[in-house]
Design a protein around this ligand. Structure first.
Ligand SMILES: [Zn+2]
Length: 136
């Protein structure tokens, strides 16, 4: 354990498999066995059909920026030394839209349609936070 340098999301019973996979920097998403759709964020019920047969599977995590907002004021005091930073909605090739940070380039250079790939930031308890960076 080390001191957190940012807000760290809590773990819930339903999200625990997701967070455990991030310890190995693996992205897993829920898949509904009833309607065959991918589900994000972790839930008990499928938001598409109400089914309860949700199973976890590995995801690729690559995707395209759907929308981006450059933050000049930190959203949390611990992020003060990171501004400006880019918060984006990314449409993953896996079929879901996630909110993420795009790092590895100037925040102002992140643009709609940009291809991005997953990268991870280590949290204080060994979990990793999903982020994205431009595809090479
Ligand atoms: Zn379903």
């Amino acid at each position: 354990m080390s001191e957190p340098t940012r807000f760290e999301p809590p773990i819930s019973a339903v999200s625990e498999p997701y967070w455990e996979a991030t310890r190995e920097r693996r992205l897993v998403l829920q898949h509904c066995d009833s309607c065959e759709r991918t589900v994000w964020y972790p839930r008990v019920l499928c938001p598409h059909c109400g089914g309860t047969d949700l199973t976890w599977s590995d995801a690729c995590g690559h995707g395209a920026v759907y929308a981006v907002s450059v933050q000049y004021r930190p959203g949390h005091p611990a992020l003060a030394d990171r501004v400006p930073y880019a918060v984006a909605l990314v449409d993953l090739d896996d079929g879901v839209r996630v909110m993420t940070s795009v790092v590895g380039c100037a925040a102002e250079d992140v643009h709609i349609g940009q291809r991005v790939r997953p990268t991870w930031e280590e949290l204080s308890d060994g979990r990793n936070l999903l982020m994205h960076e431009p595809e090479a």
